[in-house]
Structures are given as structure tokens and as C-alpha cells.
Ligand binder design. Structure first.
Ligand SMILES: C[S@@+](CC[C@H](N)C(=O)[O-])C[C@H]1O[C@@H](n2cnc3c(N)ncnc32)[C@H](O)[C@@H]1O
Length: 235
């Protein structure tokens, strides 16, 4: 994937190669440390080893269970954290991200991860597409020849608090991603296309995405999953 031209980035942000790794950087006083994706180290590695396996909320929401490993479209891929957890539990995952700079970071993280022996098989289950899931979900899935049994959505939740209160790391990300105000359109597209279920991650106290009511809710400490079930994954 070619790097987005700097002119396409919000002012003050740049995407550069540093020590063979693509990083997104801005003024550190405002945005904190540069952002990059490393699936082999840090939080991703810790969660892979000690995160709780299929007992994790995201795994339960997506229907991973003993003998059941659906194929999952992560239609709001972001930094690929949820997608990596799901792939590390054995699922094939199609990641779709519409912000070009974030897709470039993901592409770079996947490229480097594929060279790390301990996670190469996990990365092999992850496929990335750059595009807008609300506009062209069906075409992106068809082009990747992917089976959309489960569609996972984690749209940005508009935060009302002052930017000074938002974690620095998140400021950089929010600057790029913005508020995903079209989440209802995305849910509608996902409900049309998923063969088995759509799962939507929300902050615990947030209302569901506008549209049909979820049939089930899985509550965690800070977030919850709203489940829209079309047919059972358990035969
Ligand atoms: C809250 S983040 C997702 C974080 C992700 N679950 C993770 O584990 O890193 C939301 C991301 O979804 C992307 N996004 C939102 N709506 C989208 C759409 N319609 N198509 C593709 N990407 C979308 C945003 O650009 C942003 O990167």
C-alpha cells in the first residue's frame, strides 16, 4: 500500500518510516508519542498470551466457542487490536479501514508481523482492505472472496469531553478517524450482508446505534457488545 501524501493528513501530522517501521507523528506536547502498530510486542503480545483466550468479551460476542470458529469481517479495523485477538484465536479476519493513513499503519504492522515467527500464522489469517464499509461493504467482501459469517463493528463514539481530557494516544487517532457519525448506515449495511450475526462494540453506558434493537447484550467492565443475530453459528 502506498503512503498517503502528507497533504492528505490533518495539519501537523506526518507519516514517516523510522527504523523500518511506519509511524504517525505529531507535536508530542499535544499528541504524545508517535503511533505505530506492532502485533508482535507490547499490549498485543501480552493479550495474546495472557488475555483470557475465548473467554474474552470480543470472542464471545463474535461467537467463538469450542468447535466454532466463524470467519469475521472487522468493518471498522482501526489499529487492528480486536482483529488480532480474533485471528490469534483461530478466526480468519477481513479488516476494512477507511482512513488511508490508518490503513497504511495497519498494512505496515501486518507486513512486519508476517516476518515474526511466533505470530506469522496469525497474520496469515488477516486480510486488509482500504475502503468505506458503510458505502461498499459488499464489494470489498466480494473482492476479497471472503465469507462474512460475522461482522464486527466498533465505530468511534463521539466524546463530548474537552480534548485535554482525552488520552494523548487517542488524540492522534481521533484526529485522523473523526467521529463515526454514519454508524447507523454501517449497521444497516452489515445487517444486510452478515450471514450469521453482527456485533457492535459500544461504551457500556452508550445507547445502541440507531436502527433495529439488538437481540442480546454482553456487558463488560467498560464496554459492551450489542448482538444482532441472523442465524445460529452452532449447528
Ligand atoms: C474505534 S476505532 C476501531 C478500533 C479497533 N476495534 C481496534 O481494535 O483497534 C474505529 C475505526 O473504524 C474506522 N471506521 C469507521 N467507520 C468506518 C467505515 N464505514 N468503513 C471503514 N472504516 C471505518 C475509523 O476510521 C476508525 O479507524
Amino acid at each position: 500500500m502506498s503512503l498517503p501524501h502528507t497533504a492528505d493528513l490533518p495539519s501537523g501530522l506526518s507519516l514517516v518510516m523510522q527504523n523500518g517501521q511506519l509511524v504517525l507523528a505529531g507535536d508530542e506536547k499535544c499528541y504524545g508519542k508517535p503511533l505505530s502498530i506492532d502485533f508482535a510486542a507490547g499490549k498485543a503480545a501480552h493479550r495474546r498470551q495472557f488475555g483470557g483466550g475465548r473467554g474474552q468479551l470480543v470472542a464471545k460476542a463474535c461467537g467463538l466457542a469450542k468447535g466454532v470458529t466463524p470467519s469475521i469481517v472487522d468493518a471498522t479495523a482501526g489499529l487492528g487490536r480486536d482483529a488480532f485477538v480474533l485471528a490469534s484465536l483461530g478466526a480468519r479476519v477481513l479488516l476494512i479501514e477507511r482512513v488511508e493513513a490508518i490503513a497504511a499503519l495497519l498494512d505496515d504492522g501486518l507486513r512486519r508481523g508476517a516476518k515474526e515467527a511466533e505470530i506469522a500464522d496469525i497474520i496469515d489469517r488477516m486480510t486488509l482492505r482500504h475502503g468505506d464499509s458503510a458505502q461498499s461493504l459488499e464489494a470489498l467482501i466480494a473482492e476479497a472472496a471472503f465469507d462474512p459469517q460475522v461482522i464486527h463493528l466498533d465505530p468511534m463514539f463521539p466524546h463530548r469531553e474537552k480534548s485535554a481530557l482525552v488520552k494523548k494516544e487517542m488524540r492522534l487517532f481521533r484526529e485522523l478517524a473523526g467521529d463515526d457519525d454514519d454508524a447507523p448506515r454501517l449497521l444497516e449495511a452489515a445487517l444486510d450482508i452478515a450471514t450469521h450475526r453482527v456485533v457492535v462494540k459500544r461504551p457500556r453506558k452508550a445507547p445502541p446505534v440507531a436502527g433495529p434493537a439488538p437481540q442480546h447484550v454482553l456487558e463488560g467492565k467498560t464496554s459492551r457488545y450489542d448482538l444482532y443475530v441472523k442465524q445460529s453459528l452452532h449447528r
